[in-house]
Design a binder for this molecule. Structure first.
Ligand SMILES: [Zn+2]
Length: 137
């Protein structure tokens, strides 16, 4: 059996590191403002943060811990969300990674057109605002 080329392994490792860094940048850019002790992802999975300093109700944490198929513990102090395309995903879930990668490709590939779109919309909204009569208080 043929051994994989060390160059190919290094290339795959490099691509995986770049992808992870890019995904971290995406998550940071699209991070929602609120976080909490528990949160449900767009896919339906519920995540909780047992290590945070939260005031759990009696038996609440034990209920989550005894049903690991329904409740997934995260290894951070709080459950955070990323929001894009009108959906909210738990950062620690992986369900949003494919959609995020597609979105990254789109916004990276079309960034010049997206910038022109916002410039045109800004100009249009400015003209619209200037067409309204000024009202004195
Ligand atoms: Zn999910």
């Amino acid at each position: 059996m043929r051994q994989p080329s060390p160059h190919k392994e290094r290339l795959i490792d490099c691509v995986m590191r770049v992808t992870a860094v890019r995904m971290n940048s995406f998550a940071e850019a699209f991070l929602a403002g609120a976080s909490g002790c528990i949160g449900t992802c767009e896919c339906g999975l519920t995540f909780y943060a047992p290590n945070g300093s939260w005031d759990w109700e009696d038996g609440e944490l034990e209920r989550y811990q005894t049903d690991p198929k329904k409740y997934i513990a995260v290894d951070v102090d709080s459950v955070c969300h990323v929001e894009f395309r009108g959906h909210s995903y738990v950062v620690d879930c992986t369900c949003w990674h494919d959609a995020a990668n597609e979105y990254i490709v789109t916004i990276t590939h079309d960034r010049a057109a997206i910038a022109r779109f916002f410039a045109l919309e800004r100009a249009r909204m400015k003209r619209l605002a200037e067409s309204f009569p000024e009202i004195q208080p």
